[in-house]
Design a protein around this ligand. Structure first.
Ligand code: ATP
Length: 439
């Protein structure tokens, strides 16, 4: 059984800031609580997480299509989905220290974790997590709109469009990646819980009789996705919801959890939502949302299996799982053992010295590699320091151009994890690098 490693949290957060993965938002104005900007490395890595998801959920399947729905939507959508009535957290205020807490997250429901006083909480109030704004040019006269708190409803309300415009029928899925917004009462733990975040969701529409089987199928698929991308299975757990924890519509839900530095935390929820969503929208929009199976002559409202993951939250988990410190030549080094598919840069081209003579070949290699993979170029500092910099950001391979290269027309390729080096002919570098990254 793994145990939480509290020290890991600061190490990863500091690395993220220091090396340009994640910055606190609006920092020059003193920061804006719980929002973050993804820097040069973070934006690359986040894109890689989303690409890996899209590849496995859409590209490699014949039964899933993509969607990119709007973020703003009218209240009707959220009335039908139940979010206007139910998407709430119980909120309590401490009358002593004026802090605000989610009642369901308190270790002791009567004791304020901020000031330690007991019986200082107000009555719990239901706090709706949706951000509301107005659309239209005249302030106060516009139409009410909501920023979506999940991407899922976009798939439900487009289900009929997709059925009518593609040659898909149940079992089939609609996948979407995009921003969601929740006015969380207690954001925190870095990008684990923020008010603006990115989700990767699949709504998989199936004949009702097959729902249980597909639910089990997606639980396994999704668990394996994290393992395939480098999270050790013992840092992951599948946690089925208890009866009293299930959402009112759910016929079964399990969370895929990761051992974060503070303990287990959800990465993704997989739910059998039954026919709840399509029936709700069908009723509220007065539109038939059912499928007629010509083969059996049967008409039915498909059940939905939903694997709903967080892109930003999983990126954090991938970083935490990859973080390592080892010893090289008596020195401690920090290394991110990221799967090459997730690493911001796949390869770094490093001329041994800044001397002009090495530059043309180094720049030539950079230009040859760039069309194939994200390539970094760095020519300042001692080579050992530059290797450490690349190790710390998870770059799997470094290509070093040295003075011998000008004689033997070959370069050194160094491996991040083993630090082993091999000499490769310049003409073979692209093929060698691409081959090793795909291995
Ligand atoms: P939690 O219990 O952590 O609030 P949830 O069960 O409300 O999460 P879902 O509605 O199932 O979350 O959303 C699916 C996924 O979206 C979550 O597993 C998580 O990875 C991500 N997610 C949800 N809320 C946030 C948030 N505030 N910040 C970052 N990621 C989030």
């Amino acid at each position: 059984m793994p145990t939480p490693d509290p020290a890991l949290f600061d190490k990863v957060v500091n690395l993220c800031k220091r090396r340009g993965f994640v910055y606190p938002s609006a920092e020059i104005y003193g920061g804006f609580r719980s929002t973050y900007d993804y820097g040069p490395l973070g934006s690359l890595m986040l894109r890689n997480v989303k690409d890996a998801w899209w590849r496995s959920m859409v590209q490699l399947r014949h039964d899933v299509v993509g969607l990119d729905a709007s973020i703003l939507s009218p209240p009707k959508v959220w009335e039908a989905s139940g979010h206007l009535a139910n998407f709430t957290d119980p909120l309590v205020d401490c009358t002593n220290c004026k802090t605000r807490h989610r009642q369901d997250n308190l270790a002791d429901p009567d004791k304020c974790p901020s000031c330690g006083k007991t019986d200082t909480f107000t009555e719990a109030r239901a706090f709706n997590l949706m951000f509301k704004t107005e659309a239209g040019p005249v302030e106060g006269a516009g139409a009410e709109v909501y920023l979506r708190p999940e991407t899922a409803q976009g798939m439900f309300i487009n289900c009929k469009n997709v059925l009518n415009t593609t040659r898909k029928w149940p079992p089939f899925g609609i996948a979407q990646i995009g921003k969601s917004f929740r006015n969380e009462i207690t954001p925190g733990n870095f990008v684990f819980r923020t008010r603006e975040f990115e989700q990767m969701e699949l709504e998989f529409f199936v004949p009702p009789d097959d729902a249980e089987e597909w639910y089990e199928y997606w639980l396994k698929e999704r668990f394996d996705w994290y393992v395939d991308l480098g999270i050790p299975p013992d840092l992951l757990m599948l946690r089925p919801h208890d009866e009293d924890e299930l959402s009112h519509y759910s016929l079964g839900t399990a969370d895929i959890e990761f051992m974060f530095p503070w303990g287990w935390g959800e990465l993704e929820g997989v739910a059998n939502r039954g026919d709840f969503d399509l029936k709700q929208h069908s009723e509220h929009a007065n539109e038939k949302l059912e499928y007629f199976d010509q083969a059996t002559g049967e008409r039915y409202v498909p059940y939905v299996i939903e694997p709903a993951a967080g892109a930003t939250r999983s990126m954090m988990a991938f970083l935490m799982a990859a973080y390592d410190e080892d010893e090289i030549n008596g020195e401690t080094r920090t290394v991110l053992r990221l799967d090459p598919r997730l690493a911001p840069y796949k390869v770094a081209v490093l001329p041994l010295s800044k001397k002009d003579v090495l530059q043309p070949l180094a720049k030539q290699l950079l230009a040859q590699l760039q069309p194939h993979v994200m390539t970094e170029y760095d020519e300042t500092q001692a080579i050992g320091r530059r290797y450490r910099r690349q190790d710390e950001i998870g770059t799997p391979l470094c290509v070093t151009v040295d003075f011998d290269s000008l004689e033997d027309n070959a370069v050194t390729v160094r491996d991040r994890d083993t630090t082993d080096q091999v000499r490769i002919a310049v003409d073979d570098v692209v093929a060698h690098v691409v081959d090793r990254l795909n291995a």
